[in-house]
Design a protein around this ligand. Structure first.
Ligand code: PLP
Length: 399
């Protein structure tokens, strides 16, 4: 199908990373670069390292790497997995599978408990899988927000099961951190990893691993076969006063994160969770009003990415293309075997109510272009009603 040029000119992005940046975050990155040992940068570095644990809701040192989210995942595997020993992965989508690929790459005897894409990881089945290994399992890896399907797993329950077997849980919260509550210390989760380009409202390039003392001790028992990603080395630098780094920190991204954290804490973490919940509720209502089925379980916690199953009678792969090329609204389609079957509207990070209205409007217009019978304004109208009923609409701090 020939693509008409973008008829509205303006571009909007509702993708789960990179996500849009607040203007103040963009602006600070245009300032002159700082030498990483200069007092001005060290002050910023210290301030960011002091405040990151508040986002993870932990007293751990949050270890920072110049990498994408996968780099933080790899650090967890590189520090916890022992070649030849079992590692358990509980997955329900593309990013969960990545844990298994990483464990294989580090020579683990990977036990991969796979759930259908669109289902949640079942804690009872994880329990059975751990019982069935027959040898002690150091680490279990799973995903909080499975961005490929919109599913948000019950990390609290999965952690309880993991702990009951004496293992540590490594959680990929790359897209969920800051959008859906994950109080790491309260729940006793040993390892939570994340990246800068989602709810933290920064560009890609910083990866974080919040590691408990227990997980640090396990890593120390298993030295070797890692260098840059060694947790001990990074922790040693960060814990100095003032903090230091064995490697050049991504100075520009730290400046951006310093400003993004100002904005996040000005809004408040709880308020940010409530905002994501409301945006997701409105997106879900809009999708239903468009006559589409929602993909994944009904879940009030699935507040990172809202996913619609596309009607069989249209060419689903055209939906995100039309939305982007004709209407200037970038969302994501399905990955792997879900390509052409689902549309994913992401709303983690710097998003407000009108972003959802815009995304639903563009979705509706693209669907109508492809012959799906949707009443004009139905999806956007349903979202507006959710916002109207909510009364006060939480908004991100734009800065
Ligand atoms: N895990 C999840 C849940 C993600 O959404 C992503 C990125 O979209 C990743 C891991 C990988 O992160 P990155 O692409 O930053 O390496």
């Amino acid at each position: 199908m020939a693509q008409a040029p973008n008829i509205f000119g303006k571009q909007y992005m509702l993708t789960a990373g990179p996500t849009p940046l607040p203007p103040r975050v963009s602006q600070v990155m245009a300032e002159p670069i700082l030498y990483h040992r200069a007092p001005t940068f060290v002050e910023i570095y210290a301030r960011v390292l002091d405040r990151l644990p508040l986002v993870f809701q932990t007293r751990n040192e949050v270890l920072c790497f110049a990498a994408t989210g996968t780099g933080a995942m790899e650090s967890a595997v590189a520090n916890l997995v022992v070649a030849g020993d079992p590692a358990v992965v509980a997955s329900c989508g593309k990013f969960g599978q990545r844990w298994a690929e990483l464990c294989d790459a580090y020579g683990a005897e990977t036990v991969h408990l796979e759930f259908e894409w669109g289902e949640k990881v079942d804690p009872a089945r994880l329990d059975e899988a751990l019982a069935g290994v027959g040898r002690p399992v150091r680490a279990v890896f799973t995903t909080q927000s499975e961005t490929s399907t919109g599913v948000v797993n019950d990390i609290r329950a999965l952690n309880e099961v993991t702990k009951a077997h004496g293992s540590v849980l490594g959680v990929d919260a790359v897209s969920g951190l800051g959008a859906v509550n994950l109080p790491q210390d309260e729940w006793g989760v040993d390892v939570v990893v994340a990246g800068s380009q989602k709810s933290l409202m920064c560009p890609p390039g910083l990866a974080f691993a919040s590691v408990s003392d227990r997980a640090m001790a396990l890593a120390a028992e298993n030295p070797g076969r890692r260098y840059y990603l060694d947790w001990g080395r990074t922790a040693q630098g960060q814990k100095q006063d003032p903090p230091d780094s064995a490697f050049t920190p991504a100075v520009t991204l730290f400046r951006a994160l310093d400003v993004a954290l100002d904005l996040l804490f000005e809004e408040g973490l709880e308020a940010a969770f409530a905002r994501h919940a409301l945006l997701a509720r409105a997106a879900r209502a809009g999708i239903e009003a468009l006559g589409l089925e929602r993909f994944g379980p009904d879940d009030e916690n699935a507040n990172v990415v809202t996913v619609a199953r596309l009607p069989d009678e249209i060419d689903g792969a055209q939906v995100p293309k039309l939305m982007r090329d004709r209407y200037g609204v970038t969302i994501a389609g399905g990955q792997g075997h879900l390509k052409g079957k689902i549309a994913r509207i992401a709303h983690c990070g710097y998003y407000g109510a009108f972003d959802i209205v815009i995304a639903l409007s563009a979705l509706e217009m693209a669907l109508r272009d492809l012959g799906h019978d949707a009443e004009p304004g139905s999806g956007a109208g349903a979202a507006q009603r959710v916002f109207a009923e909510a009364g006060e609409i939480p908004a991100p701090v734009s800065g």
